[in-house]
Design a protein around this ligand. Structure first.
Ligand code: SAH
Length: 218
């Protein structure tokens, strides 16, 4: 259930579901998703579903993760610096690092941030920088970025984040509008954003502030 062959079958399902970028399929074939969920759920890690990771949060659905990465990469070389808002399980963080990017990732829930740090070090992802904090304002000190990925639903485009993007950079995020969510990619030319929609999705909401529970679930 957690073998490379099972992972290969997940990649075949992603291909059948319309994911085309070989760079994305390749990293989805490399990164062991079962290391990013609790042991009790490891047997389901290669299904195309989101799974609970504690604290009311989820590891994103593999198809959605793949689609977000395709949107960043479309007609583009691998971005050198990527900001991820919402580390969560760190699965997407690892995929972005596996692509070859330097990844900056922010998580508001302390225990998820610490767990992510441990898993990424154990798996040898050294080009990842983690921050425990509220990522709604991005991580300006480390910008500008070639791409920004928000992995929690936002009510509208977070305008200040464009200022942390290089001209030519992209911002991918789930946007919530009247109770429905869609994935959106914004191409930032330095002055204006050209926005396209990538289809429906379902994410937990982006929340303000931080949580620093020492242990246990909430
Ligand atoms: N890509 C991650 C998605 C995790 S769910 C994965 O596949 O595991 C979204 C994450 O965003 C949650 O861990 C949640 O705590 C975090 N989050 C929500 N609002 C945030 C904020 N303002 N700043 C940083 N992280 C936030």
């Amino acid at each position: 259930m957690i073998s490379p062959r099972t992972r290969g079958r997940m990649v075949l399902r992603l291909r059948a579901a319309g994911i085309r970028d070989e760079r994305v399929l390749d990293v989805m074939n490399q990164v062991p998703r079962h290391h990013f969920v609790a042991q009790a759920l490891a047997g389901r890690a290669y299904e195309l579903v989101s799974l609970p990771i504690g604290y009311g949060q989820t590891i994103s659905q593999p198809w959605t993760v793949a689609r977000m990465m395709e949107a960043i990469l479309e007609n583009n070389p691998i971005p050198r610096r990527i900001l991820e808002i919402g580390t969560g399980s760190a699965y997407q963080t690892a995929l972005l690092a596996e692509l070859g990017a330097e990844v900056f990732t922010v998580e508001r829930i302390g225990p998820l941030h610490h767990h992510a740090d441990k898993v990424l070090s154990r798996l040898g992802y050294s080009q990842v920088h983690l921050l425990h904090g509220d990522g709604s304002g991005g991580w300006p000190e480390q910008g500008p970025y070639d791409a920004i990925v928000i992995t929690a639903a936002v009510p509208c485009a977070l305008a200040p984040l464009y200022r942390q993007l290089r001209a030519g950079g992209r911002l991918v995020m789930p946007v919530e509008d009247r109770g429905k969510q869609h994935l959106q990619v914004s191409h930032w030319d330095g002055h204006e954003a050209l926005i396209s929609h990538l289809g429906d999705c379902f994410f937990v909401p982006l929340l303000a502030g931080t949580v620093s529970l020492a242990s246990g679930e909430c």
